[in-house]
Design a binder for this molecule. Sequence first.
Ligand SMILES: C[S@@+](CC[C@H](N)C(=O)[O-])C[C@H]1O[C@@H](n2cnc3c(N)ncnc32)[C@H](O)[C@@H]1O
Length: 512
Amino acid sequence: MSDWTAGYVADIGYTYGYYKELNPLRIRLALLNAGIEPPKQSTACELGFGQGLSAAIHAAASDTQWFGNDFLPSQAAFAQSLAEAAGVPAEFTDESFAEFLARDDLPKFDFICLHGIWTWVSEENRQLIMAFIRKNLKVGGVVYVSYNTQVGWAQIMPLRRLMVQHTQRMGAPGEGTAQRIRQALQFADQVIKTNPLHATANAQVSPKLQELLSQDPHYLAHEYFNRDWQPMDFADMADYMAVSKLEYASSASYLDLIEAINLSPDQQTLLAQIGDVALRENTRDFCVDKKFRKDYWVRGARNLNPVQVIESLRAERVVMTKPRGVISLVLEGALGVADLAADVYDPILDFLADYQPHSLGEIEQALSSHEKIGLQEIVQAMFIFTHRGEIQAAQSDQATEKAQAACTRLNQHLMMRSQGSDEVYFLASPVTGGGIEVTRFQQLFLLAYQQGHTQAEALASLVWSILESQGEGVSKYGQILQTPEENLAELTERAQDFLRRDLPMFQGLKLI
Ligand SMILES: C[S@@+](CC[C@H](N)C(=O)[O-])C[C@H]1O[C@@H](n2cnc3c(N)ncnc32)[C@H](O)[C@@H]1O
């Protein structure tokens, strides 16, 4: 492995994920809820963007100017190809954190985000990232960072070490990372089958290995097989942030903001008595066995008074981003599964089922005859459904209009790409300023619909011709359908669902 990797796996690309937490528009609700004025967004930066799908979608779908880096050149090239397809002036480079920090021509940023980076790189790189934030974040700016927490990973750390040691000590020279990972997993499986006492004493170990055995080696390589892998607790994180004058603003996992589904009454009382933020958050993570934290931090919080908070919340706009019919009222928190009150949440969801953006104030007014629904319940609903990706923040009509052309270009590029690949299953919405989950078949149906086909049978036969030409078939219940008739019947059924259920939403979100 060459020097520039600093122990990072570099011979295997990462997956094509999109992360809604990296959409600057989404910060607003969490900050307002914490009584902090959200920054205006004109410049943003993603550190270690992976394949760059999130960064490229955000660059296309808003007029925020995006920058970003990832030192794997093939990934930076992919990110650049998306920005080029969208026709936006985003700057995505293959510089390392050290090189990016040394740049003197970058603007100051309103938002700096890093997802899946912090606990996967060396201490030296963490220091470089902090120096970058210190140098390049505006006063009032926000940082989003996600990381593995110590409390949630404590049991699994020795298993990871064992597997990494196997790749380092037993891998043959010239063997690729994917092959080494497969062998390390087999080795760990062999060890667990001997019933080691460590696995008996730590109940999470065996189920975790079973989970790893079923996962994509590209994901596993970046997630577990780097030299550096350092879960840490919130108090450690707060110490790093304090040096850059950042203070904790809010969890970006919106479900964390609803105590009743995560903490017992005793735990809530105990936590309420802890004045120190770091100790309180650590204790909270202990209570819920938190594995992965996603947080917003702010440099110089500008506090709002309660009247300003309410007025600002009323002005926030949201839009439904999953078909109404698939949104369930069953909610899972750390305490288990709970049923949401239908008389509160159904009217809110029904109101948003036109797939048009509405302000929270508009929802409040429209539902004012419902005794149980006030602004507080509406905000709570937003936390729940935004967390699950079923509702998202919406930008202004002017911003939507401005972003439409770039989104259309990017989506066209991604949909064309989906003819030969199922890697990317998100498209850009100028309404949300971010990504919307759209499966490969939905993308292909959208392409066919754009070409003027409006009947399920026609959509199905067009998609079938694409699959057939590549020797592919539709997978149903884990089996690939064999005959053209079976494939066409299945595709027709899916096309019917698409036309009836998905298309009205995709149109509302202005994907095409
Ligand atoms: C686990 S991946 C996460 C990628 C992306 N943020 C995501 O969540 O999809 C970590 C990324 O950090 C990048 N990376 C690691 N060390 C780096 C460094 N020193 N400079 C720049 N990028 C680095 C890797 O290339 C990889 O794409």
